[in-house]
Design a binder for this molecule. Structure first.
Ligand code: NI
Length: 262
């Protein structure tokens, strides 16, 4: 049952969970047990990047994957684990235990309705460990609550910025100037999604090199403008359009195989 993939959606409205009625979701579940959850973060992205970068990019990739596969996309979880970015204004973070509880509860909600394949499209490295822990806990809870989907429930974390073809393209475009935080590739995707951000782009001095990350004060001391080895001024909206296409193609393939895997 979960092996079926709906096929390309005729419009983006058709795959946004927020725009469906509950009977529409019930009838969707008769044909497909898969759902996409975009997961971002609300945190500083260097002196020129938007605070919402990781949420904007995760949702953009998720909606594009949804359009190509016909799989429903939930509203974005825009807050992530960004404790180490709290030294910079505008950052809003969930502690690891809070994010774990949020992701656990969202998976359990979906599982209760019969969703068996939860595909989380993530835009922030700091969410990875906690989200995997949430999946482990959700499997246990689904079983202990006796949910009928428990034996079939599978969750997958797909970090769009770490997909092989995306990393390859980022390397070709920016080489070592891609860096590790506030990267030109993620900033490029925000520029194609939100043209108003183009006005913030300006040349920047060389960044502090990427290094270990500890608490928020230590982070700010090591990386005074928030960047970690990155040159976001190299980003263009055209790069963003192309990177978004690359990410959506790679993740759509990954999602199709996830839906078909027992
Ligand atoms: Ni980011």
């Amino acid at each position: 049952m979960n092996g079926s993939v709906p096929g390309p959606a005729s419009s983006i409205e058709d795959i946004r969970l927020a725009l469906q009625s509950w009977p529409e979701v019930e009838s969707y579940l008769e044909g497909c047990k898969g759902v996409i959850v975009p997961l971002g973060s609300t945190e500083q992205h260097g002196p020129t990047g938007a605070i919402g970068t990781d949420a904007i990019t995760a949702e953009a990739v998720a909606l594009e994957v949804g359009k190509r596969t016909g799989v429903l996309v939930t509203p974005a979880q825009a807050f992530g684990m960004a404790e180490h970015h709290l030294g910079f204004a505008g950052t809003m973070s969930l502690q690891p235990a809070t994010l774990l509880a949020v992701m656990h509860d969202l998976v359990l909600s979906l599982a209760r309705h019969g969703f068996e394949r939860v595909f989380v499209i993530n835009g922030h490295g700091g969410n990875i460990a906690t989200t995997k822990a949430a999946f482990a806990q959700a499997y246990g809870t689904a079983a202990s609550r006796g949910l009928s989907v428990a034996p079939q429930l599978r969750c997958r974390l797909s970090n769009w910025f770490m997909a092989g073809p995306v990393m390859k393209q980022a390397r070709e475009l920016y080489g070592a100037k891609e860096g590790h935080h506030a990267t030109p590739s993620e900033i490029a995707v925000t520029l194609c999604m939100e043209p108003s951000l183009l006005s913030k782009q300006r040349p920047l001095p060389d960044p502090a090199p990427a290094g270990p990350i500890h608490g928020p004060d230590d982070f700010r001391q090591r990386h005074p403008d928030g960047r970690m080895g990155s040159h976001p001024s190299l980003a263009t909206a055209a790069h963003g359009t192309s990177l978004l296409d690359t990410a959506a193609a790679a993740l759509s393939e990954d999602l199709r195989s996830f839906l078909k895997t027992a």
